[in-house]
Design a protein around this ligand. Structure first.
Ligand code: NDP
Length: 254
Protein backbone atom coordinates (compact mmCIF):
# COMPACT_ATOMS: atom_id res chain seq x y z
CA UNK A 1 0.00 0.00 0.00
CA UNK A 2 2.68 2.50 1.02
CA UNK A 3 4.64 1.63 -2.13
CA UNK A 4 2.55 4.17 -3.99
CA UNK A 5 4.29 6.94 -2.00
CA UNK A 6 7.78 5.53 -2.57
CA UNK A 7 10.01 8.05 -4.36
CA UNK A 8 13.12 5.85 -4.62
CA UNK A 9 14.93 6.54 -7.89
CA UNK A 10 13.00 9.80 -8.46
CA UNK A 11 14.80 13.11 -8.89
CA UNK A 12 13.07 16.21 -7.55
CA UNK A 13 13.94 19.87 -8.03
CA UNK A 14 12.94 22.23 -5.21
CA UNK A 15 13.46 25.93 -5.89
CA UNK A 16 13.96 27.90 -2.69
CA UNK A 17 14.77 24.57 -1.08
CA UNK A 18 17.48 25.80 1.26
CA UNK A 19 15.13 26.94 4.05
CA UNK A 20 11.52 27.38 5.17
CA UNK A 21 8.73 25.67 3.27
CA UNK A 22 11.04 24.54 0.45
CA UNK A 23 13.33 22.75 2.90
CA UNK A 24 10.27 21.19 4.56
CA UNK A 25 9.16 19.88 1.17
CA UNK A 26 12.68 18.61 0.44
CA UNK A 27 12.85 16.79 3.80
CA UNK A 28 9.57 14.99 3.04
CA UNK A 29 10.77 13.97 -0.41
CA UNK A 30 14.11 12.78 0.98
CA UNK A 31 12.39 10.68 3.65
CA UNK A 32 10.29 9.08 0.88
CA UNK A 33 13.48 8.14 -1.00
CA UNK A 34 13.88 10.90 -3.62
CA UNK A 35 17.13 12.48 -4.75
CA UNK A 36 17.15 16.26 -4.62
CA UNK A 37 18.28 19.24 -6.64
CA UNK A 38 18.14 22.38 -4.49
CA UNK A 39 18.06 25.64 -6.43
CA UNK A 40 18.41 28.86 -4.38
CA UNK A 41 20.75 31.84 -4.48
CA UNK A 42 22.60 31.62 -1.13
CA UNK A 43 25.36 29.03 -1.55
CA UNK A 44 26.18 28.70 2.17
CA UNK A 45 22.57 27.91 2.94
CA UNK A 46 22.41 25.56 -0.03
CA UNK A 47 25.37 23.65 1.43
CA UNK A 48 23.79 23.48 4.90
CA UNK A 49 20.49 22.22 3.48
CA UNK A 50 22.32 19.62 1.38
CA UNK A 51 24.15 18.27 4.43
CA UNK A 52 20.90 17.92 6.33
CA UNK A 53 19.16 16.18 3.42
CA UNK A 54 22.08 13.82 2.82
CA UNK A 55 21.77 12.74 6.45
CA UNK A 56 18.24 11.59 5.53
CA UNK A 57 19.74 9.32 2.86
CA UNK A 58 19.18 11.45 -0.28
CA UNK A 59 21.66 12.13 -3.04
CA UNK A 60 21.67 15.93 -3.21
CA UNK A 61 22.99 18.48 -5.69
CA UNK A 62 22.77 22.24 -5.18
CA UNK A 63 22.67 24.97 -7.76
CA UNK A 64 22.95 28.69 -7.17
CA UNK A 65 19.99 29.97 -9.14
CA UNK A 66 17.94 33.14 -9.43
CA UNK A 67 14.64 31.80 -10.77
CA UNK A 68 13.77 35.21 -12.23
CA UNK A 69 16.56 34.71 -14.79
CA UNK A 70 15.61 32.67 -17.85
CA UNK A 71 19.23 31.71 -18.69
CA UNK A 72 19.87 30.62 -15.09
CA UNK A 73 16.78 28.42 -14.99
CA UNK A 74 17.79 26.92 -18.34
CA UNK A 75 21.35 26.28 -17.10
CA UNK A 76 20.15 24.72 -13.82
CA UNK A 77 17.66 22.50 -15.64
CA UNK A 78 20.35 21.28 -18.05
CA UNK A 79 22.93 20.78 -15.29
CA UNK A 80 20.46 18.93 -13.05
CA UNK A 81 19.56 16.57 -15.90
CA UNK A 82 23.25 16.10 -16.67
CA UNK A 83 24.05 15.42 -13.00
CA UNK A 84 21.19 13.05 -12.14
CA UNK A 85 20.18 11.88 -15.63
CA UNK A 86 16.58 13.09 -15.30
CA UNK A 87 14.04 15.29 -13.49
CA UNK A 88 10.85 13.52 -12.36
CA UNK A 89 9.38 16.17 -10.07
CA UNK A 90 9.69 19.95 -9.93
CA UNK A 91 8.51 22.16 -7.08
CA UNK A 92 8.40 25.87 -8.00
CA UNK A 93 8.54 27.16 -4.44
CA UNK A 94 10.93 30.14 -4.51
CA UNK A 95 9.17 33.38 -3.67
CA UNK A 96 8.93 36.33 -1.32
CA UNK A 97 6.50 38.94 -0.07
CA UNK A 98 6.87 42.71 0.31
CA UNK A 99 4.42 45.17 1.82
CA UNK A 100 3.44 48.42 0.08
CA UNK A 101 0.60 50.87 0.09
CA UNK A 102 -0.97 49.78 -3.21
CA UNK A 103 -1.64 53.37 -4.22
CA UNK A 104 2.04 54.21 -3.83
CA UNK A 105 3.42 50.99 -5.22
CA UNK A 106 5.63 51.54 -8.24
CA UNK A 107 5.45 49.45 -11.38
CA UNK A 108 9.04 48.44 -10.66
CA UNK A 109 8.08 47.02 -7.23
CA UNK A 110 5.11 45.22 -8.77
CA UNK A 111 7.23 43.70 -11.53
CA UNK A 112 10.22 42.79 -9.33
CA UNK A 113 8.09 40.52 -7.16
CA UNK A 114 6.19 38.96 -10.05
CA UNK A 115 9.49 38.29 -11.84
CA UNK A 116 10.38 35.87 -9.03
CA UNK A 117 7.02 34.57 -7.80
CA UNK A 118 5.24 34.15 -11.14
CA UNK A 119 7.78 34.35 -13.97
CA UNK A 120 10.25 32.25 -11.97
CA UNK A 121 7.69 29.50 -11.43
CA UNK A 122 6.67 29.60 -15.09
CA UNK A 123 10.30 29.22 -16.23
CA UNK A 124 11.01 26.43 -13.72
CA UNK A 125 7.93 24.41 -14.65
CA UNK A 126 8.18 25.10 -18.38
CA UNK A 127 11.76 23.87 -18.65
CA UNK A 128 11.04 20.81 -16.49
CA UNK A 129 7.99 20.02 -18.63
CA UNK A 130 10.04 20.24 -21.84
CA UNK A 131 12.49 17.73 -20.43
CA UNK A 132 9.71 15.41 -19.20
CA UNK A 133 7.86 15.47 -22.51
CA UNK A 134 11.05 14.80 -24.44
CA UNK A 135 12.14 11.83 -22.33
CA UNK A 136 8.61 10.41 -21.93
CA UNK A 137 7.35 8.54 -18.87
CA UNK A 138 5.46 11.39 -17.23
CA UNK A 139 6.26 13.64 -14.30
CA UNK A 140 4.99 15.90 -11.57
CA UNK A 141 4.94 19.70 -11.52
CA UNK A 142 3.94 21.56 -8.36
CA UNK A 143 3.77 25.29 -7.66
CA UNK A 144 3.73 26.71 -4.13
CA UNK A 145 0.88 29.19 -4.20
CA UNK A 146 -0.81 30.64 -1.09
CA UNK A 147 -4.21 31.22 0.47
CA UNK A 148 -3.48 34.82 -0.59
CA UNK A 149 -4.75 33.68 -3.97
CA UNK A 150 -8.19 33.34 -2.35
CA UNK A 151 -8.44 36.33 0.00
CA UNK A 152 -7.91 40.05 -0.18
CA UNK A 153 -4.35 40.56 1.03
CA UNK A 154 -3.70 44.04 2.42
CA UNK A 155 -0.53 45.75 1.22
CA UNK A 156 0.38 42.84 -1.07
CA UNK A 157 -1.75 43.04 -4.22
CA UNK A 158 1.25 41.97 -6.33
CA UNK A 159 1.83 38.92 -4.11
CA UNK A 160 -1.86 37.92 -4.21
CA UNK A 161 -2.05 38.44 -7.98
CA UNK A 162 1.07 36.34 -8.47
CA UNK A 163 -0.28 33.47 -6.39
CA UNK A 164 -3.66 33.54 -8.15
CA UNK A 165 -1.69 33.55 -11.40
CA UNK A 166 0.16 30.42 -10.30
CA UNK A 167 -3.11 28.60 -9.66
CA UNK A 168 -4.31 29.56 -13.16
CA UNK A 169 -0.97 28.50 -14.61
CA UNK A 170 -1.19 25.02 -13.09
CA UNK A 171 -4.72 24.52 -14.43
CA UNK A 172 -3.60 25.44 -17.94
CA UNK A 173 -0.50 23.26 -17.79
CA UNK A 174 -2.55 20.38 -16.32
CA UNK A 175 -4.86 20.37 -19.34
CA UNK A 176 -1.97 20.67 -21.77
CA UNK A 177 0.25 18.04 -20.21
CA UNK A 178 -2.21 15.35 -19.09
CA UNK A 179 -1.73 13.49 -22.38
CA UNK A 180 1.96 13.18 -21.48
CA UNK A 181 1.12 11.72 -18.06
CA UNK A 182 2.41 14.87 -16.35
CA UNK A 183 0.30 16.02 -13.38
CA UNK A 184 0.35 19.70 -12.41
CA UNK A 185 -0.98 21.04 -9.11
CA UNK A 186 -0.38 23.78 -6.56
CA UNK A 187 -0.22 23.89 -2.79
CA UNK A 188 -1.80 26.83 -0.97
CA UNK A 189 -0.14 27.06 2.46
CA UNK A 190 -1.77 29.11 5.19
CA UNK A 191 0.33 30.88 7.81
CA UNK A 192 3.57 28.89 8.17
CA UNK A 193 6.43 29.64 10.59
CA UNK A 194 9.42 30.61 8.43
CA UNK A 195 11.89 33.48 8.26
CA UNK A 196 9.57 35.19 5.81
CA UNK A 197 6.75 35.34 8.37
CA UNK A 198 8.98 36.21 11.36
CA UNK A 199 7.71 39.82 11.46
CA UNK A 200 4.08 38.58 11.57
CA UNK A 201 4.93 36.04 14.27
CA UNK A 202 6.54 38.82 16.32
CA UNK A 203 3.65 41.29 15.81
CA UNK A 204 1.44 40.60 18.85
CA UNK A 205 -1.87 41.83 17.39
CA UNK A 206 -1.37 40.12 14.01
CA UNK A 207 -0.17 36.91 15.64
CA UNK A 208 -3.26 36.91 17.84
CA UNK A 209 -5.58 37.53 14.87
CA UNK A 210 -3.95 34.67 12.93
CA UNK A 211 -4.29 32.22 15.82
CA UNK A 212 -7.92 33.19 16.47
CA UNK A 213 -8.77 32.68 12.80
CA UNK A 214 -6.94 29.33 12.54
CA UNK A 215 -9.05 26.42 13.86
CA UNK A 216 -5.88 24.37 14.50
CA UNK A 217 -4.92 27.20 16.93
CA UNK A 218 -1.30 27.17 15.88
CA UNK A 219 0.92 28.30 13.07
CA UNK A 220 1.78 25.73 10.43
CA UNK A 221 5.34 24.44 10.27
CA UNK A 222 7.44 23.46 7.25
CA UNK A 223 6.99 19.83 8.43
CA UNK A 224 3.24 20.22 7.79
CA UNK A 225 4.01 20.39 4.05
CA UNK A 226 5.91 17.10 3.91
CA UNK A 227 2.89 14.84 3.44
CA UNK A 228 1.25 16.80 0.64
CA UNK A 229 4.62 17.16 -1.11
CA UNK A 230 5.18 13.41 -1.09
CA UNK A 231 1.63 12.74 -2.26
CA UNK A 232 1.88 15.18 -5.17
CA UNK A 233 5.31 13.84 -6.17
CA UNK A 234 4.27 10.19 -6.02
CA UNK A 235 2.25 7.62 -7.95
CA UNK A 236 -0.53 8.12 -5.40
CA UNK A 237 -1.53 11.33 -7.25
CA UNK A 238 -1.39 9.95 -10.81
CA UNK A 239 -5.04 10.88 -11.55
CA UNK A 240 -5.02 14.14 -9.59
CA UNK A 241 -4.24 17.19 -11.68
CA UNK A 242 -5.11 20.87 -12.10
CA UNK A 243 -5.90 21.29 -8.41
CA UNK A 244 -4.88 23.77 -5.70
CA UNK A 245 -4.73 22.17 -2.28
CA UNK A 246 -5.01 24.22 0.93
CA UNK A 247 -2.75 23.29 3.84
CA UNK A 248 -3.86 25.89 6.34
CA UNK A 249 -5.10 24.31 9.59
CA UNK A 250 -8.66 25.18 8.54
CA UNK A 251 -8.04 28.95 8.17
CA UNK A 252 -9.94 29.25 4.91
CA UNK A 253 -13.07 27.37 6.00
CA UNK A 254 -13.57 29.25 9.26
P1 NDP B 1 11.59 31.90 3.08
O1 NDP B 1 11.92 33.34 2.97
O2 NDP B 1 11.84 31.17 4.35
O3 NDP B 1 12.33 31.08 1.92
C1 NDP B 1 12.29 31.57 0.60
C2 NDP B 1 13.14 30.66 -0.27
O4 NDP B 1 13.07 31.13 -1.62
C3 NDP B 1 14.59 30.67 0.14
O5 NDP B 1 15.11 29.37 -0.03
C4 NDP B 1 15.23 31.62 -0.86
O6 NDP B 1 16.60 31.27 -1.03
C5 NDP B 1 14.39 31.34 -2.11
N1 NDP B 1 14.36 32.44 -3.07
C6 NDP B 1 13.89 33.69 -2.90
N2 NDP B 1 14.04 34.42 -4.02
C7 NDP B 1 14.63 33.59 -4.94
C8 NDP B 1 15.05 33.74 -6.28
N3 NDP B 1 14.92 34.91 -6.94
N4 NDP B 1 15.59 32.68 -6.91
C9 NDP B 1 15.75 31.49 -6.26
N5 NDP B 1 15.39 31.30 -4.99
C10 NDP B 1 14.83 32.33 -4.33
O7 NDP B 1 10.04 31.80 2.65
P2 NDP B 1 8.93 30.67 2.88
O8 NDP B 1 9.57 29.35 3.06
O9 NDP B 1 7.97 31.18 3.86
O10 NDP B 1 8.20 30.73 1.45
C11 NDP B 1 8.39 29.76 0.44
C12 NDP B 1 7.24 29.86 -0.54
O11 NDP B 1 6.03 29.62 0.14
C13 NDP B 1 7.10 31.23 -1.20
O12 NDP B 1 6.70 31.09 -2.53
C14 NDP B 1 5.99 31.87 -0.38
O13 NDP B 1 5.29 32.85 -1.12
C15 NDP B 1 5.11 30.66 -0.10
N6 NDP B 1 4.21 30.80 1.02
C16 NDP B 1 4.66 31.02 2.30
C17 NDP B 1 3.78 31.12 3.35
C18 NDP B 1 4.21 31.30 4.77
O14 NDP B 1 3.33 31.53 5.64
N7 NDP B 1 5.48 31.20 5.10
C19 NDP B 1 2.33 31.02 3.13
C20 NDP B 1 1.96 30.78 1.75
C21 NDP B 1 2.87 30.68 0.75
P3 NDP B 1 17.78 32.33 -1.43
O15 NDP B 1 17.49 33.59 -0.69
O16 NDP B 1 19.04 31.63 -1.03
O17 NDP B 1 17.66 32.47 -2.92
Amino acid sequence: MLDMFDLSGKVAVVTGGNRGIGLGIARGLARAGADLAIWSRDEDRNREAAEELRALGARVGTWSCDVASEPEVRRCTDETVEHFGRIDVSFANAGYGSAHDPLRMTLEQWRRLLAVNLDGAFLTLRDAARHMRERGGGGKLIAVSSISALFGTPKQPHYAAGKAGLDALVRSLAVELARHDIQVNSIQPGWIETEATRPAQDHAALNDAILRRTPARRWGRPADLEGIAVYLASRASDYHTGDSIRIDGGYSVF
